[in-house]
Design a protein around this ligand. Structure first.
Ligand SMILES: [Zn+2]
Ligand SMILES: [Zn+2]
Length: 174
């Protein structure tokens, strides 16, 4: 069963962002069959990360048993809806500077130049996020089929961005 319940320790990391889930936080726990053993496993996500990356199961849970903070749950439900309508949004893992010029863009297979910003994508399968290629930031609107929440997602999942970098990313996304 999927749940939203207070974290009992501060030791687990969120699956969406790999950042700590603080004790007392209210993460989303998604229960899935364990692909490596009998039984189930629970993956924990910060609520916002779950809305971005696992919108279907979070949306289902929110409509069945909304948490007491109604306002927060409305926001999350709306974010889930956006990600369900444009499912490629769920693949956004982070923006990064291309370490080499060897990768090709998933959109039109053109090379992504070294040291330019690219969007790293991941595909969720069997309880894990697996690499699913990269795209130019400039290809994101066509590839993702929307601009809605793209910048917010990129900023959320890309850690340690300077203001200048955030500005560069914003410009490249347009
Ligand atoms: Zn997170
Ligand atoms: Zn491209």
């Amino acid at each position: 069963m999927n749940v939203i319940e207070p974290a009992s320790s501060g030791r687990s990391k969120g699956r969406g962002c790999k950042q700590n889930i603080a004790k007392g936080d209210l993460p989303f726990g998604e229960q899935l069959p364990n692909p490596f053993a009998d039984g189930d496993m629970t993956l924990w996500f910060h609520l916002l990360c779950a809305a971005y990356r696992r919108p279907e199961p979070l949306h289902d849970l929110l409509s069945e048993s909304p948490p007491e903070d109604g306002e927060c749950s409305e926001n999350l439900t709306e974010l889930c809806r956006i990600g369900i309508e444009a499912p490629r949004l769920q693949r956004i893992a982070e923006a990064e500077l291309a370490p080499s010029g060897r990768t090709r863009c998933r959109h039109r297979k053109e090379a992504i130049e070294k040291a330019t910003w690219r969007l790293r994508l991941e595909y969720f399968e069997e309880g894990a996020f697996n690499p699913s290629g990269n795209i130019h930031l400039g290809c994101s609107t066509v590839f993702l089929t929307t601009t809605d929440t793209v910048m917010a997602r990129v900023i959320h999942f890309t850690t340690e961005l300077t203001d200048t970098q955030a500005k560069e990313i914003k410009e490249a996304l347009q």
